[in-house]
Ligand binder design. Sequence first.
Ligand code: PLP
Length: 407
Amino acid sequence: MMDPACLDAADPLASFREQFHLPEGTIYLDGNSLGPLPKATQERMTEVIDSEWGEGLISSWNAADWINAPRRIGDKIATIIGANHGEVIACDSTSVNIFKALAAALDCNPDRGIILSEGGNFPTDLYMGQGLARLSPRAEMRVVDYDDLESAIDESVAVVLVTQVHYKTGRMRDMAAFTAKAHAAGALVVWDLSHSTGAVPLDLDGAGADFAIGCGYKYLNGGPGAPAFIYAAKRHHAAIEPILSGWFGHRAPFAFTDEYEAAGGIEQFLAGTPPILGLAALECGVDLMLEADMADIRAKSLSLSRLFMERMEPLADRHGFELVSPRKDEERGSQVSYRHEHAYPICQAMIARDVIGDFRAPDIWRCGFTPLYLSHADVARAVDILNDVMESGAWDAPEFHQRNAVT
Ligand SMILES: *Cc1c(COP(=O)(O)O)cnc(C)c1O
């Protein structure tokens, strides 16, 4: 049996907890969906609003270096995901960046048209691919089962759109091996790193990755609807003709010319004016993440997840929870999910007891393990509370069956 107190006593990341604003008594197992508020963000936002916007007005584009925020934050994210400076930029939403990355990959693989992806992927990934396929005469979506994705990469496939850590199950793909397989078949890969960035160590450069996108508001703690990011390996930059050819991706935006001319570097993935308030909050989350060692984060994430699964075992047998996440560490991201026929009311009953996980239709209770502010004691207590909620039948109260718009 793992001992939470011993594990917490030896935790090199324990001091990060006080850098977050978290409601007293809450055990937050949903940082994989919306990261909590870093205290530094509160202070920084006041400064950006009062001083940079309030006093500096438009001069802050230069004086406060707003203009370089997307690239500056992109370079910081590059450090977290194992990319080089000039290969990552913070902008738009993950959905929009999927569209841009897929279009760019088609530019780089001009003789092929198939966009291959996996059924059961996060819906927006598939939807954005479908939208691009409607627009591009050459593009066509092909969707196969999760386990068949690798073997479905043939000589017709231009690009594979693949999520590294699955949003429901937490299953994790081997980036280097998968990329090598795709390249051997002449296909490029767009990695969705929504549930990987800030959660697991990444080495995009070492894996020979082509393109990637990821979320700012999950493990990076950038705030609700934070700008996302896009990664493009330098070797591809020259072949890209940006599909969303807005003025911020122009070689000289302030020359105000009539003809679009792509910036060439990673800046060509910008479309319009950067959202400075959102970027300022994102930068605080990224800066905080950069203070922690990614190897420590991974080690603690695995330790928290293992403890959770160990404590859940007797309960799972007695109350019908089925583990849907891989048991093997190397196949699992930073979340653990269980299938249960009453997952929705159980999730709600837990939230009412201040243990915040989430529900993913039709029957998944999903818990994210975020090492910067969760302790082993929190995890043990969460399972104790679940035990109580199940044994007492508290989960079955009518109010917990009421469906909210956001689950
Ligand atoms: C969270 C998530 C997204 C989110 O896309 P948004 O544009 O931010 O809404 C996309 N893809 C995956 C795999 C995700 O987990």
